[in-house]
Design a protein around this ligand. Structure first.
Ligand SMILES: NC(=O)c1ccc[n+]([C@@H]2O[C@H](COP(=O)([O-])OP(=O)(O)OC[C@H]3O[C@@H](n4cnc5c(N)ncnc54)[C@H](OP(=O)(O)O)[C@@H]3O)[C@@H](O)[C@H]2O)c1
Length: 309
């Protein structure tokens, strides 16, 4: 790492824990971390103090209020307000503290619902968003714009990466708030233990989704921290997608659940397809390595050892 000290906000989450593992493996860097118990990132004064006292050379913002379709539709206020608070506090305090480089994480849901597939970075703000996660997406777009504003107005090296759907160790396996892959893993595991004959999947099973292992993402983020210094966003993805049905089949196979798949058509599908165009990052010189099946297998091994959070 070209920086001597890095503040990783949200270091216990899916992305943050992968970033910490990756930075530890790849060189001598002082890691600065605080759990939510130690410091609530919604508290501006506490965030100012943290940055002033620790003076990190670089900051990676992996802290956010994150959730699946259900949580997003139930708690639009929290998804908009908490994300704005966390990112505004960290970005503004980093600038004041003279942080040399900051990486902000957006998400593929910042792109319009009907963006041409695969979605290139320039699709941002070209059409209406998917309504189910609009508050979250708007907060993320505001974070990208704030980083770009600091770059334009003050020359700050604040960059933004847009990851696709992620999975891996420390994922959220709570069925109320999890994303599709972790939810399927949990359901298949529970169905196997209970000896059930079938497993219910939300929606029709036909939407296409792309998945990236969090260790691949963390590697891509380190690459960007070291090699990319422009305010324009960069997509980080696997580059290929599968249907939800195909995903469920791989999950059941890895877990060892041999019952039938049933599809609950009363539940929302979300957008029909979401695949990122990852050619920009590819041209810069980075590619992911962990195949979906291999990644699901290691995530399930982790789940069996560590249980859910
Ligand atoms: N997961 C995905 O599929 C995905 C896809 C694309 C982009 N991303 C982006 O990646 C980033 C990280 O996501 P993730 O999946 O790693 O989420 P996560 O597993 O929920 O981790 C988020 C972390 O932020 C912490 N946090 C949240 N609110 C906080 C607060 N007020 N004060 C202090 N800490 C707080 C959480 O602490 P607690 O555990 O104590 O709540 C947790 O450690 C987000 O910006 C997200 O938009 C994620």
């Amino acid at each position: 790492m070209r920086f001597r000290s890095v503040l990783v906000a949200g270091h216990q989450g899916l992305v943050g824990s992968a970033v910490v593992r990756n930075l530890r493996r790849n060189g001598d860097v002082e890691l600065i971390t605080r759990s939510r118990k130690e410091l609530d990132l919604r508290n501006r004064d506490a965030v100012d103090r943290l940055l002033r006292d620790t003076k990190p050379e670089a900051v990676i913002i992996a802290a956010a209020k994150v959730g699946g379709i259900q949580a997003n539709s139930r708690y639009p206020v929290e998804f908009l307000l908490e994300n704005l608070e966390i990112q505004n506090n960290l970005i503004a305090a980093s600038f004041v503290a003279g942080v040399q480089k900051l990486l902000f994480l957006g998400s593929s849901c910042i792109y319009p619902k009907s963006a041409p597939q695969p979605i290139a970075e320039d699709a941002i703000l070209t059409g209406p968003l998917e309504p189910t996660n609009e508050p979250y997406a708007l907060a993320k777009i505001a974070g990208i714009k704030l980083c770009q504003a600091y770059a334009r107005q003050y020359g700050a090296n604040f960059i933004s990466a847009m990851p696709t759907n992620l999975y891996g160790p420390n994922d959220n396996f709570d069925l109320e708030s999890s994303h599709v892959l972790a939810a399927l893993l949990r359901k298949a595991h529970d169905a196997k233990l209970a000896g059930r004959r079938s497993l219910m999947v939300w929606g029709t099973g036909t939407p296409r989704r792309e998945f990236l292992h969090s260790d691949d993402l963390a590697d891509g983020l380190r690459f960007l921290m070291e090699n990319y210094d422009a305010p324009d966003v960069v997509n980080v993805g696997w580059g290929q997608d599968v249907t939800v049905r195909e995903l469920a089949e791989i999950v059941c196979d890895v877990v060892g659940f041999s019952g039938d798949l049933e599809f609950d058509h009363s539940k929302p599908d979300g957008v029909p397809r979401k695949l990122l165009d990852v050619s920009k990052l590819g041209k810069l010189g980075w590619k992911p390595r962990i195949s979906l099946r291999e990644g699901i297998r290691s995530t399930y091994d982790w789940f069996l050892k560590e249980g859910d959070r």
